[in-house]
Design a protein around this ligand. Structure first.
Ligand code: VG1
Ligand code: CO
Length: 543
């Protein structure tokens, strides 16, 4: 076998977004495109000679081809060993777990998360560092710089390798080990949660449904929920990972997980429902005819953390992304814990967890996790909820009502406008910025505006600064209107509008969130001119 240096010009610079590089499959299939990006990563991450790389993905179309390419390039570039999930499968949290468990140098995760999959849809690739978490901005910027100048890449010429059988073999002097994608992750979950208590709960007549949406969590959920915890067969729905996710959109929210939502809001609704996304890092939690907002879910997990064995000694602190509601801030304050506010994207939590400053983290976008890995973790959140339900023996709705009674309710909603013209989207944010000086001190939506800014974050651990992370209008009563542009889409722009308003009065905790936030929604539209600029009267998705 020979190592080849393949000339690869031309290749325009490719900047990774919120969560790695995401493009149409057809873009990744262009000659040398994937190779150039992978080589740019390898050229930017330091000295890995002889070290271990973890590789796996969510099973979507092009996953297997990409892995073959990566294995040959890893061999040519001098990695000593690659751990790859059987069939090319590794959920994002499982990849993080494996990187940490085996002391790997890093990992390449192949996923475009919940974005639709198939020959005409999306693919993605993300580099995670040795702590198991997404590469920080310093690394992603170095990769971007490298993509602008790269002229060749290294690979070996050999046949494709067998990914379907567990075992080890040699590839051009590098060891390839095909591993069970579920085993290490399942063992980690068992170490954190009271599996006996959850098993008893599931045997007691408590009913649940988990929707894997034909994406990567099927094998994990079946092994853990139906296998280890004894949930009846069929508890895991749509559990076969498919290359096109069954034509669906595995984004666990009220719009795209409509099958599960219909079940939980129907007659004979189960007690508990949950779904995960394409790569297994997101979660949606439902009770019987009841939706738990992700921001509230994080707050409930923080308030009840000590009920799970893995957190029985208490948590060190919490963090949330800036657009996530401040519900968890109130829990942290009452427990005397530090609470950090970071930009959107899991990469910003890594330093805080490594430094031991926070245990639990979350985002409003259905992401919750802890320092057990360095990614958000969908099934982990589901198991955490089951553990809490098993101990408290109350319904999901009763737990939330109790939580709001203690801490007040942070009414919260996110409105997404997908596939908007990019220039119009930029103008929407600019319109709000243009009023930064005029708004403070005035009344909007019946509240006094305290200040307006572009959110900027200084990492308290390494001092790095990330600017322009969202445009904010902050009110004196803690209410907020936030506009942000998505960094994970592959066509046009997506505007995210986040709305939050706090209600202390228990008598007013039973409202529909859209009704409770109606005046804020109207004010956001007026200040930004979103509707006339985009030509949209309705959001694409409301959460
Ligand atoms: C979205 C979410 C963000 C999340 C990111 C990756 O980013 O808002 O909270 O971290 O997706 O999640 P954006 O830039 O589109 O708003 V995943 O499950 O796609 O890795
Ligand atoms: Co995801």
């Amino acid at each position: 076998m020979q190592i080849e240096a393949v000339s690869s010009r031309p290749f325009e610079g490719q900047r990774p977004g919120t969560s790695g590089l995401r493009k149409k499959v057809t873009v990744f299939q262009q000659p040398h495109y994937l190779e150039n990006f992978v080589q740019s990563v390898f050229d930017s991450i330091g000295d890995f000679a002889g070290q271990t790389l973890v590789v796996g993905g969510d099973g979507r179309y092009f996953n297997r081809q990409a892995i073959q390419t990566i294995l040959k390039m890893a061999a040519a570039n001098g990695f000593g060993k690659v751990l790859v999930g059987q069939g090319g499968i590794l959920s994002t949290p499982a990849a993080s777990c494996v990187i940490r468990q085996y002391g790997a140098y890093g990992g390449l995760i192949l996923s475009a998360s919940h974005n639709p999959a198939g020959p005409d849809d999306d693919f993605g690739i993300k580099y995670n560092i040795g702590n198991g978490g997404p590469a920080p901005e310093g690394v992603t910027e170095a990769v971007y710089d490298r993509t602008r100048e790269i002229a060749s890449y290294q690979t070996v010429v050999c046949d494709d390798v067998d990914l379907d059988h567990i075992g080890a073999f040699d590839l051009a002097g590098m060891r390839v080990q095909v591993i069970d994608p579920v085993a290490d992750y399942a063992a980690l979950m068992q170490s954190l949660f009271d599996f006996d208590a959850i098993r008893s709960l599931l045997a007691s007549g408590f009913s649940m449904a988990f929707d894997a949406m034909h994406a990567v969590t099927g094998p994990y959920a079946k092994a853990i929920l139906e296998g280890m915890l004894g949930a009846p067969a069929g508890t895991v729905r749509n559990g076969e990972p498919k290359e096109d996710f069954g034509g669906g959109h595995p984004d666990p929210n009220l719009t795209y997980a409509h099958e599960l939502v219909a079940l939980l809001y129907g007659d004979d609704a189960p007690d508990f429902g949950a779904a995960s996304d394409g790569d297994g890092d997101r979660n949606m939690i439902l009770g019987s005819r009841f939706f738990v907002t992700p921001s509230d879910s994080l707050a409930v997990l923080a308030a009840n953390a000590t009920l799970a064995p893995g957190y029985s000694n208490g948590i060190s602190g919490v963090a949330r992304s800036m657009p996530t509601s401040a519900a968890v801030d109130r829990v942290a304050a009452s427990m005397g814990l530090d609470c950090y506010e970071t930009p959107t994207g899991w990469k910003f939590f890594g330093n805080l967890m490594d430094a031991g400053r926070v245990t639990l983290c979350g985002e409003e976008s259905f992401g919750t996790g802890s320092d057990h890995v360095r990614e958000k973790d969908g099934l982990w959140a589901v198991l955490f909820w089951l553990n809490i339900l098993a101990v408290r023996k109350q319904s999901v709705q009763a737990i939330l009502a109790d939580h709001w009674r203690k801490f007040g309710r942070n009414y919260y909603s996110r409105h997404d406008y997908e596939g908007v013209d990019s220039a119009a989207a930029a103008q929407v944010l600019q319109n709000v910025r243009d009023q930064f000086l005029a708004l403070p001190g005035t009344n909007l939506a019946g509240r006094r505006v305290a200040c307006c800014d572009d959110f900027s974050y200084t990492d308290p651990v390494d001092g790095s600064v990330s600017e322009n992370q969202g445009v904010r209008v902050l009110f004196e009563d803690g209410s907020r209107i936030i506009f942000r542009l998505s960094g994970t889409g592959t066509s046009g722009a997506t505007i995210r509008l986040y709305l939050e308003s706090y209600e202390a009065d228990q008598a007013k905790h039973g409202m529909d969130a859209q009704d409770a936030l109606a005046d804020m929604i109207a004010a956001a539209g007026k200040v930004s001119q979103l509707q006339p600029l985009t030509g949209r009267n309705q959001p694409t998705v409301i959460t």
